[in-house]
Write a protein that binds this ligand. Structure first.
Ligand code: SME
Length: 161
């Protein structure tokens, strides 16, 4: 199956899967599981959620990871500060990259917004160099929009967003 078709399937499956979820953490946990299951060569998928000036580890699939990243630091904190996706083809060349798993070679981080405010980020790591392209970015931004859509009603109640 080509990359585009696989992403279209992921987006459709995710939208259906989240339709009946009514709890923020369940939405995030199942999203990370489905993304990890449907994408090739990805060793870590998860969320960092913004609380004040820190991004705190949310639900994820993969090895144990850093729990706290300051806004503006690492790929995660830079993405949240700039409110823009970041592709890192080679993590060893990203100044300030925070290594959680030594075998990770490339990374992509996508911001998540709730009603225009930054809520957190979606982070994917790979053991392959240059795993993520602009095609991945385009589709993962759509994935983030689906997740935000399902979070909106729940997050407002739980985290006062
Ligand atoms: N590498 C990230 C930290 C999170 S882990 O990849 C799970 C960073 O530099 O912000």
């Amino acid at each position: 199956m080509d990359k585009k078709t696989n992403y279209l399937n992921l987006i459709e499956n995710l939208d259906n899967l989240l339709e009946f979820d009514h709890f923020e953490m369940s939405i995030l946990a199942n999203s990370s599981a489905l993304i990890k299951e449907m994408l090739k060569d990805v060793n870590w998928v998860g969320f960092y959620l913004l609380y004040n000036d820190e991004l705190l580890l949310g639900p994820f699939q993969g090895k144990v990871a850093c729990t706290k990243i300051r806004l503006g630091y690492g790929v995660v904190g830079t993405c949240a500060q700039k409110r823009a996706s970041i592709i890192v083809p080679d993590v060893s060349l990203f100044p300030g990259h925070i290594p959680c798993d030594e075998t990770t070679k490339s990374e992509i981080v996508i911001p998540l917004f709730i009603e225009g405010k930054i809520y957190g980020v979606l982070d994917l790591d790979s053991k392959k160099l240059k795993r993520f392209s602009s095609i991945d970015q385009r589709f993962l931004e759509q994935v983030a929009i689906i997740i935000s859509k399902h979070l909106t009603r729940e997050a407002r109640q739980i985290r006062n967003i």
